[in-house]
Write a protein that binds this ligand. Structure first.
Ligand code: ME8
Length: 497
């Protein structure tokens, strides 16, 4: 089966920061996990390069919009690589292939009767690139997000008949209760729809930088429609000479934060219905990472700079920390102090030390050969069903809960070492059989955990799997590999600070 996952495309006028890295890592965790399940995965990320804010930023910097977005696309590509994301394509909305496909889709929407010419009068926030309804505004006609005072604008443009889709959207949500996850975000989307949908501008007068409307090149497409379509257009030109649309559309999961829920949960499905295209299967909506800048850490100061973390501790540490500290879906505070605590107690001690210790004992007591033995029934029981549990949770957008399920077993193995005391067993010939079983069971546990943890910790688990002599990368059931494999000792996976 195919699995298609996307991140938002990030604005090409900003610098990548931890929030962008977070969505990218989330999508990558899903992509890597699905590959382990044998799915045919396509993972898309990229940059949103049109719109007024970009034109304005370019002007301010005394450069052209194209030069600005070229630079910024490079920074985002770099961010994606540094968090170790395995995207299959990086889309830029200034790509020829994207522009052509956007024009074809919007033509179809018009042919289908969902576009008309009109006058827009209302409030527009250039920072959100969003037309605000009177009920959304704060007192004094201020943007609810940026709190800046908005001007009443009047302009001649083309409209999209969003109102027509009120009922079809309500039906969509009734028929697919999982369309937006978590639940409370679905309820937000539904409340917005039930509040009554008004038609929205599909284009803006061509004072801005964007995709010209095919039938009225004096107007450019409203940047959100141009941007949302990236998920669809990319498939048509990501592989030269090949159209991947049939293979991957409709998309399985769009990952994003709550800030852009309305566009993805209302405008986007309506637009696709208008173009008679299949709808995505679901949205995974996460919260905001909030920085508490009061706490200071020993070595990182007080601002968690993702690139500094990656340079000093590796991308695995960042990936782990973000999904461990903040429950995916909720807002959550992160801090340099919290990072260092989790790095030391969980990565260095719980996991890294468990791995080094286990491999060192097998090296010392069994010359590096994983004994041939029956798995300890205690651990068999604890590992029972773990692969299904983790998969099931990831299918429900529970990226933190699934990591917690795995971590329970990491802690379990640590307790097992303390309880079984292999160093005591090693002193008595009579305990040879039991020591074999304990060492086999530990190495097998490490192997299963390394495979499960791979999406969060791709680099360190690869090192560990290599030391365990493991060739496979898909998920494994506890006790399924017989002993007898040659294992290697390893350097600490997460060196202490
Ligand atoms: O909205 N915590 O682009 P954008 C978590 N171009 N995630 C965060 C975050 C934070 N503090 N800050 C940003 C746009 N993000 C449009 C999208 S899609 C068709 C067009 C992440 O550069 C999160 O994924 O403002 C959020 O939805 C996205 O960055 C917004 O990125």
């Amino acid at each position: 089966m195919s699995f298609y996952v996307t991140t938002p495309i990030y604005y090409g006028n900003g610098e990548p920061h931890l929030g962008h890295a977070y969505s990218t890592m989330a999508a990558d965790i899903l992509a890597r996990h699905m590959r382990q399940r044998g799915e045919d995965v396509f993972f898309l990320t990229g940059t949103d390069e049109h719109g007024e804010p970009i034109a304005q930023a370019a002007e301010k910097q005394g450069t052209t919009p194209q030069e600005l977005v070229d630079r910024s696309a490079e920074s985002f590509r770099d961010m994606v690589a540094r968090v170790n994301a395995t995207n299959d394509f990086f889309i830029r909305t200034t790509d020829r292939g994207h522009i052509e496909r956007v024009q074809a889709v919007v033509d179809r929407v018009r042919e289908n009767g969902f576009v008309y010419e009109g006058t827009y009068e209302g409030y527009y926030c250039p920072r959100c690139a969003d037309f605000k309804t009177p009920t959304e505004l704060l007192e004094g006609n201020r943007c609810p997000i940026h709190e800046i005072v908005l001007e009443l604008e009047t302009e001649q443009n083309w409209f999209f008949r969003l109102s027509t889709f009120q009922e079809p959207l309500e039906k969509l949500y009734a028929g697919h209760p999982d369309f937006v996850r978590p639940d409370f975000r679905r309820n937000e989307a539904l409340a917005f729809i039930k509040g009554g949908l008004q038609d929205v501008s599909l284009s803006r007068p061509k004072l801005s930088w964007g995709v010209p409307l095919p039938w009225d090149p004096e107007q450019v497409m409203y940047v959100w429609f141009d941007a949302l379509l990236n998920y669809y257009t990319a498939l048509s030109y990501a592989r030269p000479g090949e159209d991947l649309t049939e293979r991957y559309w409709p998309c399985d999961v769009h990952v994003m934060a709550k800030d852009i829920l309305k566009f993805h949960s209302v405008y986007w499905p309506a637009m696709l219905m208008a173009a008679e295209l299949p709808l995505p299967k679901g949205l995974y909506v996460h919260g905001y990472l909030l920085m508490d800048d009061k706490k200071m850490s020993k070595s990182l100061g007080n601002v968690l700079d993702p690139f500094e973390v990656i340079d000093r501790f590796g991308s695995d540490a960042l990936r782990f920390y973000c999904f461990r500290e903040v429950s995916f879906g909720q807002d959550g505070s992160i801090s340099t102090e919290g990072f260092e605590t989790r790095y030391e107690t969980e990565l260095a001690n719980d996991f890294g030390n468990l791995a080094s210790r286990t491999l060192a004992m097998i090296d010392r007591y069994r010359d590096g050969l994983q004994p041939v033995a029956e798995p300890d029934p205690l651990l068999v029981a604890d590992f029972e069903g773990i692969v299904d549990r983790v998969s099931g949770l990831l299918d429900e957008a529970q990226l933190s809960q699934s990591l917690e399920e795995i971590w329970v077993l990491v802690r379990r193995l640590n307790r097992y070492v303390e309880e079984a005391q292999p160093w005591v067993l090693a002193k008595d010939e009579a305990d040879t059989g039991r020591l074999d079983q304990v060492l086999y069971s530990l190495a097998e546990g490490l192997r299963v955990l390394a495979l499960l943890l791979h999406p969060w910790l791709p680099n360190s688990t690869l090192k560990l799997l290599e030391a365990l002599g493991e060739q496979r990368s898909d998920l494994a059931v506890y006790g399924s590999r017989p002993g007898g494999t040659k294992l290697e000792k390893i350097e600490p996976l997460f060196p202490k600070l």
